[in-house]
Ligand binder design. Sequence first.
Ligand code: UD1
Length: 375
Amino acid sequence: MSAGRPEPLVDIIAGARPNFMKIAPIIRAIEARRGAGSRLRYRLVHTGQHYDQRMSGDFFEQLGIPAPDVNLEVGSGTQAEQTAGIMVSYERLLLRERSALCLVVGDVTSTMACAIAAQKLRVPVAHVEAGIRSGDWTMPEEINRLVTDSISNWFFTTSEVANANLRRAGAAPESIFFVGNTMIDTLLANLAKLREPAFWHELGLRPQGYFVMTLHRPANVDEPAAFARLLAEVGEAVRGMPVVFPVHPRTAKTLAGLPVPGSIKPVEPQPYLEFNHLVRHARGVITDSGGITEETTVMGVPCLTLRDTTERPETVSVGTNELVGTDPSRIKPHLDRLFAGQWKRGAIPEKWDGHTGERIALELERLLDAGADPR
Ligand code: UD1
């Protein structure tokens, strides 16, 4: 960066659990470049969308993320309440101290809300994990992706499919940077540190001898009778193997009062190192998350996704993921194939190599140093 000019300030936005593993490598890379003479600085803004120790604090501690410079403390609410609350508070922050760029990651409400507030003040926006699409507008995340990408200036992408989606939507090719997957940077950096959760022995877990399940999408967990049927089908299909089930707070609300088959073991939401230890050694994972399908792909663990669509098609075409759908009767045939040793082996998608954070930091520096003029 040329001396004399003010040090460009990048706002890094994080709000909900799946954001934290995505920002960690970017922060590390910016700090490393700063140590090597870069003048890029960052301000870490936590919106407070997730606020529990278990949904937020544990991740900051385990991933070595510095304490946020600012916490907007939006808390829980409806989609519109959270969006509005974050926009008002973030706008206030920008009016107090403007940044040179707003960097948002993923597809949560905080991502979209901060992108809107920044762009309206003509602070350029860069989106990490841009361009992915499920095509399913019933998911709030899909709306967040569409809105964020439609007003972002620069796009950091995880796949060629994302690049093509962005080009089709009219993004200039020179604004798209295919950098890989920051979530995988975090996974690879922490593989050697993964550790057993405290209940490992208590539940009698042994490698390849259990499943991991996570569910939080409204389609699976909001309607009690349907959720009970899903649990019963999983309980039947796993042939007596324990299913470790870290329960998301929204899922816990419906789960209370439902019959839970004996093989399903509900546990608290797990910290990062414990959760990925469980995944790494599991016979298979049953989930409706998107991010977990990327981690199972990299760890080569069979993954059954209980959704009809995915915004991460490479986890299916290249990786170990299969789309089972939301009809629970489809779980057993998939698990039968798994038990018969017929699950695909999978490979690792291009550029999911542990160096994405560095590519992003380098590009940010180049863009800001050049005084890049967003469209
Ligand atoms: C959000 C994201 C979703 C992501 C998920 C991971 C959006 C639209 N969705 O969904 O993409 O996969 O996070 O967790 O942004 N709650 C707590 N403690 C917390 C946070 C939330 O108890 O720290 C409760 C809330 O009060 C609410 C429920 O959990 O009842 C849902 O939280 P919310 O952040 O609104 O959405 P998620 O379903 O977690």
